[in-house]
Design a protein around this ligand. Sequence first.
Ligand code: FAD
Length: 440
Amino acid sequence: MKQEVSVCWLRRDLRLFDNTALYHALNSKYPVLIFFIFDSDILDKLLDKKDRRVVFIHRNLHMLNDIAVKYGSYICVLHDQPTKAFNQICEQFEVKEVYANHDYEPYAITRDSQITAFLNSRGIKFATFKDQVIFEKAEVMKSDGTPYTVFTPYSKIWKNKYRSEELKNYPSEKLLNNLFRSAIKAIPSLTDIGFEDFELEVTPNIINEDIIKNYHLTRNAPSVNGTSYISVHLRFGTVSIRQLVVLANRVNETWLNELIWREFFMMILFNFPGVVNHSFKKKYDKIKWRNNETEFFLWCKGETGYPLVDAGMRQLNETGWMHNRVRLVVASFLCKHLLIDWRWGEAYFGQKLLDYDLSSNNGNWQWASGSGCDSAPYFRIFNPTEQTKKFDPKLDYIKAWIKDFNPHYLTPIVDHNFARKRALEVYKTSLTENEQQNVD
Ligand SMILES: Cc1cc2nc3c(=O)[nH]c(=O)nc-3n(C[C@H](O)[C@H](O)[C@H](O)COP(=O)(O)OP(=O)(O)OC[C@H]3O[C@@H](n4cnc5c(N)ncnc54)[C@H](O)[C@@H]3O)c2cc1C
């Protein structure tokens, strides 16, 4: 006789507290097996086998396993394609029900429908829940039932709805006695799954309330410890968004707005999945990018000769994180000054960011290039020198990341005024040419 279990499938919700799917699983009739798949379909596409995200996930699985062990259980981790991994689990156990939290990325939606079909063919229920956002999919819509494409009215409705509804809690941490009990099974090592292990410095998943109190004053200064550094934890669900929003709502409206931007872009990705490969504003797909590879590599390495841009890229390359103000400057520089397709920059961030999240990354890149929903108009072009005067006047951030900095450390790869004029001309011509084509 195989052991009957409910399976809780963790994906981007790597925590045992306030976890919706886990809470429901632990309330089911069966002992709960917590399951994680190192998805070979995803991992095989990562060409660099020294990947911060994989290490982060691996570390966190060990931490969760340590907790599960205290309850006589373990986290079952497999490295395989999801359907094959479920097949293995079904061979080993009498799986009665599977629980998971929603994931809104196109790949995840396809994967989940394949798993639904697989489980249903075996008569197993697959129950999924909202967990990584406060409002999902079509929960905040315009009065005509269509999705918002502008942030301010979306955030207004979001806040009204949040403040008028009672927020549910899912104290899964109180039910861990209902975990399936068994001898421990080892988690595959990073080498087992084809990756390199290395020291990874990550800020803890703890919020400093004093920073949040002053967030509106400090958030734009990249040399100051003035933001939450919580993005990686939001990405992998090592914090609960419900708990963060309670804090934001109590302490700082500006910070709350940032958490809402995150949901706005998730809602956009879910309702307009075409943004993954195309401009949200279709005519921006006609921009005649220069796409000069040499300039792109200089940008990647942080060798453009623009100190704020270079400091940002070096921070990204060394740590996997970059301050938001600087992300905006480097993205604008790539699209406008160098006229390189935003998708190239998006992909580079996608390789390097520890907090890489398809919806936020795509939404912000499209915002910077002018092609996104609610973007600044294309003719607003950041001047990196003015941005430095405003946000890093003492050059503290620049000096922290460009070790050999002096004002002439590199000759700028392009003159600002020339590049600005060129960008305006190329954007204007490409966009109006396209308008004429539409009229024809
Ligand atoms: C070109 C570009 C690419 C980006 N790519 C990503 C990405 O892949 N993943 C990612 O999480 N963020 C991305 N951001 C948004 C933002 O830069 C980071 O969320 C933020 O810098 C993370 O630091 P923090 O946790 O200290 O943020 P805080 O300033 O403390 O903000 C708190 C949280 O709010 C959310 N948030 C803040 N700003 C934004 C924003 N502009 N858009 C969406 N959510 C936001 C994040 O979840 C963040 O952790 C990108 C921004 C730009 C301009």
